[in-house]
Every structure is written in structure tokens, then in C-alpha cells.
Design a protein around this ligand. Sequence first.
Ligand code: NDP
Length: 328
Amino acid sequence: YQRIVLAARPRGPVVAENFRLEQVAVPALADGEVLLRNHYLSLDPYMRGRMSAAKSYAASQALDETMIGNTVGQVVASRHADFAAGDYAAGLLGWAEMGAAHGSALRKLDIAQVPLSVYLGAAGMPGMAAWYGLTQIILPKAGETVVVSAASGAVGSVVGQLAKLRGCRVVGIAGGAAKCAHVRDVLGFDACVDYKAGRPEADLAAATPDGVDGIFENVGGATLDAALARTNAFARIALCGLIGGFNGQEMPLKNSRILLIKRLSLRGFIVTEHMELWPQGLQELAALVAAGQLKYHETIADGLAAAPQAFIGLLQGQNLGKQLVRLI
Ligand code: NDP
């Protein structure tokens, strides 16, 4: 089967030459292991961090090894009591058409109500990041205003809809008129600021007449500054991601003074450090998807060979909603 390995660490923006497509043999299964055929690979911003050698919350991805990645697929063979051929499962099998993992590292999936691919998005890790930051850090009350950046993306789209369901006014920030129209008209946000339209601060001020009580931050830098400028006293900030600095750019904050003046609380989080909450969060997310109350959009690249370009596109904002690679 085919896999993609990290061939070289990026210097600045990610380029296709950072990756290498290889053919590898199907492994023999050890006791307890399961062999999966991956149907979808998830492309996520965190992979950019793993490609670099710089210190972060997780170790770097090794050179010449399969690129890390969340996958969903179907069991081909199993030496684990909980899995049988034909079962659907989520795992971390990487940028590869197939792979083996211990059964304890896989999550069995029920695709009767929720499509398989959605377990990589709204009902998977990105959905959980949205759920965690909103329900554990922002703690929104009905009537409050919540701002979310990268609003049309995998995480942001879920944040806004969950906050709407909790009775908040929700304002997104996204790049481009088409993304903003999607955020408003399909996802049901109250407003969306197109930060590429030239006057993000003024547009955000107009969209938040009652100020801002919660910020779900995915970008950082000027985007966070614009939201900070609108905060009410005791607003909460869930710092989920800093994609605006993914190529090593500095992200100075002009409005750090507001943290004091408005007595704000800001907390960063890594969703995979809170696995004890996943069953509760995933249950809520899957139920909302099944009921049609949580909308999602997917941008799907076809075939493993298309993954590097799709990943580069994700880091340039070319995706709408969850970026996936279809492998079958
Ligand atoms: P998205 O689906 O939102 O895709 C990334 C989006 O980010 C792009 O579409 C683009 O949207 C925006 N973007 C890309 N580059 C830039 C840039 N230089 N400046 C501003 N915006 C940019 O990705 P996810 O929903 O998967 O992830 C969103 C954020 O959440 C990321 O920061 C990610 O690292 C973080 N995250 C954190 C987790 C945690 O546990 N803390 C878990 C999961 C995700 P646009 O065109 O609107 O700019």
C-alpha cells in the first residue's frame, strides 16, 4: 500500500518537497492488533507543528516516518477481541492507505446515524476542541456574545453552532466573502467579519454592539487584538490555535493592556489532554449531527497523492470546513 513520509522539515511555508510518497508491504499482525483500510485521512493544522523541529507541546514527527494523521476506515483483519473484519474504526494511522494498530488505540464507529467522514470533523477531534473550549473555558450564558476566528473551519464552524444552541449571539471571523456567506447563511451565525475586506476592527465593532463575552481564538495576532478590543469585563478567552503564526511569524499583541483593564481570563488547551471528557462531548456532537442540528461542510481531496497539496491549501485557507483526503 502507499504511504507518505516526512522527507524534509519545512523552512518557512510547507512545500510539496517536504513529503515523499512510498510503497510499503502490509504488516503481519501481532496479537491484539487490527489491520485497517483507511477510507478518509484528516488534514489538520497541528501537523504543521509536528513537521518542525521546534519545541512544542508534542514531540516532532520523525523524518522518513509515516506522517501523523487521524484516519477512519474499515477493519480488514483483526487479532483483537473487540474488532472484526468489516467494523468501522477511527485511529491514528497516518498518511497511509492502510495500517495496523493495537485495538486499544482504535475507536469503534457506528455509521448508522453519522457518516464515517464526520468522525474526523464535527463528531471527532475538531468537534471536541470546539466543545471543550466552549463548555469548559468560555462557559457561555444565553444572551452573551461569542466571537470565533477561522469561523468556517472544522473547529470554528462547530464552536459557533454550539454557542448558538446555548442562546448566544455568535460572530465569526473568516477570510473572504464566500466563507462569510457560508458562516452566516448555512451555519447560522448572527454575523461574520471578512478580515480580508480591509477594516476588520470596524466591522467587528459593528457586529458586536453589546461587546464580547467569549473569544474562541484559532488564529492569534491581529485577529485576537481585534476581538480583545471589544471585550466586556470578565470575558473568557479559549486559546485553541495560533494558525496565523504557523510559519514561525511573531504575533505581537497590541491590546495586552485590555487583559488587565477588563479582568479577562485566557486559557490555552490541548484537547487530547482531556480524554476523560471525550465520551460526553462526542455523544453530544454525534447526537446533534444525527438530528441535523449541527451542520458541517467538507472539502475532500481525492487519493493519497493529493494530500500534500491539500495540506498546503489548508494552511493557505483554501479549505471550506473540514479538509479530508478520500482514500478509497
Ligand atoms: P480549519 O478548518 O479552520 O482550517 C484552517 C483555517 O485557518 C483556514 O481555512 C483559514 O481560514 C485559516 N488560516 C490559515 N492560515 C491562516 C493565516 N495565516 N492567518 C489567518 N487564518 C489562517 O482548521 P481547524 O478547524 O482544524 O483548526 C482551527 C484551529 O484550531 C487551528 O489553529 C488549530 O491549530 C486549532 N486546533 C487546536 C486544537 C487544540 O487542542 N488546541 C485541536 C484542533 C485544532 P480563513 O480563510 O478564514 O483565514
